[in-house]
Structure formats: structure tokens, C-alpha cells
Design a protein around this ligand. Structure first.
Ligand code: DC
Length: 218
């Protein structure tokens, strides 16, 4: 079986990695996959089922019952729960507060990593998340870790109209036992604090060109 064509794009909350990954995928004509939305869908299901997100055993027992799928439309994976599009629910305050707790449960991660691998093996993808380069696709053809200062990230979230405490989520995401947020050793680290989206995308495209992964003019 040929090695999957995956570009991994990891980083903390509001570092800009989603926008960068989406744009890079568009330029390459590859599928953009937002894995944070999968963890958000699991969290939404946990809250719908009246579970306590802090109770790892309770969440683990329920994880297999959630029917999370990612059909492809317009070059993007659209996360669905039980066949329904729930993307509009995924960034609400309750999900923001609970998602890092649900995402630290190994049974939840096992299911979603399997889904991510299935998608990444079926077509070329730019996949963004926290553990794509370290756990999901350690053999990704290129890995990027998009960072930004805490202050800049909090400001970006505010501009998106969200009252998300990114620093608290990052603390939980970086210190959990399973697949913590960490830059892969072979990732190219880009500090986006003082760069525009276009400048970060240019850095990524230049790196891909330098590695011969895309044509000189792509
Ligand atoms: O990218 P995001 O902020 O929408 O991600 C929501 C949460 O999901 C984040 O706090 C950590 C978790 N997550 C994860 O653990 N692993 C991933 N690959 C993607 C997201």
C-alpha cells in the first residue's frame, strides 16, 4: 500500500492553523481535515447525553455509541453526528469549556484517530489538530507546528466573537497523558504571532516546494 499523502498541521488553540491548513489544501487541491471538530462533535454528544465531561470512565463507556462521520463536500470533511450536520453547534461556549476534558479520554481518541487515518489513507489531505504529526500520521510527508503567543491567540479568539479560554485549554491539551499537544521533532515550527495568514501560507508553500513536494510554481 503506498504511503498516505498527509501534511500535518498541529498547534495550540487559535494559532491560526485551521485557516492556514484550509488555504494550503485549497492551493494543492487536497482535502482539508479539521480534527478539532471531531473532538468537538464527541463533546457535543457527551453533553447531549448528559454526561459529566470530567468523568473519564463515563465518557469512555459512551464513546463507542456515538456515530461520528465525516462525509466530504466541497473539498472539506463535514463532521456529522448520527447523520446530521452539527457544525453550527461545535463552537458554542459549553463545548469550548468541555472539549479538552473529553479529548483526553483514550477511548474517544482511539475512535477518532481511526477515523482520521481512514480519511488520510483514502486521498491526499492537509490535516490539522494537536497530534497529527506525532500520533495520527507520524510518517506524514511534511509536518508543521503553527504557534503564536498566548496574547495574540486570545485576541484572535476574541475577534472571532468567542469567549474561549485558550490558555486553559492548552494547559489541559499539553499535559494530558495520551497524545499531548507537542511539536513533532521533525516539524517545521512557524511562529505566526506577527505574520499575516498569507505570510504563513507562503512559508508553508515554500517549504513544500523546497522539499520537492509541489511544482516550483504551484
Ligand atoms: O482545534 P480546536 O480548538 O477546535 O480543538 C478542540 C479541542 O480538541 C482542543 O482543545 C484539543 C482537542 N483536539 C485534540 O485533542 N486532538 C486533535 N487532533 C484535535 C483537537
Amino acid at each position: 500500500m503506498p504511503a498516505p499523502l498527509v501534511i500535518a498541521m498541529d498547534g495550540p488553540a487559535a494559532s491560526g492553523k485551521s485557516s492556514v491548513a484550509r488555504e494550503v489544501a485549497k492551493r494543492l487541491g487536497w482535502l482539508f481535515v479539521n480534527t478539532g471538530n471531531m473532538y468537538r462533535a464527541a463533546t457535543w454528544a457527551a453533553l447531549r447525553d448528559h454526561l459529566n465531561p470530567l468523568d473519564e470512565d463515563q465518557v469512555a463507556r459512551a464513546a463507542d455509541s456515538w456515530n461520528i462521520t465525516c462525509p466530504i463536500a466541497d473539498g472539506q470533511c463535514i463532521v456529522q453526528l448520527d447523520g446530521h450536520d452539527i457544525e453550527e453547534e461545535l463552537n458554542n461556549e459549553k463545548v469550548n469549556r468541555a472539549v479538552s476534558f473529553v479529548a483526553r479520554v483514550p477511548a474517544v481518541r482511539d475512535r477518532l484517530v481511526a477515523l482520521q487515518r481512514e480519511i488520510g489513507r483514502a486521498q491526499p489531505v492537509v490535516m490539522e489538530g494537536r497530534d497529527i504529526g506525532t500520533v495520527v500520521f507520524p510518517d506524514a510527508v511534511a509536518k508543521f507546528y503553527i504557534d503564536a503567543t498566548e496574547e495574540v491567540r486570545a485576541r484572535r479568539r476574541g475577534l472571532q466573537g468567542q469567549t474561549d479560554t485558550v490558555s486553559e485549554r492548552d494547559r489541559i491539551d499539553s499535559t494530558r497523558k495520551t497524545a499531548p499537544l507537542i511539536a513533532a521533532q521533525d516539524a517545521v515550527v512557524i511562529d505566526s504571532s506577527h505574520l499575516s495568514l498569507d505570510e504563513v501560507v507562503t512559508c508553508v508553500m515554500n517549504e513544500l516546494r523546497a522539499r520537492g513536494l509541489i511544482q516550483p510554481k504551484a
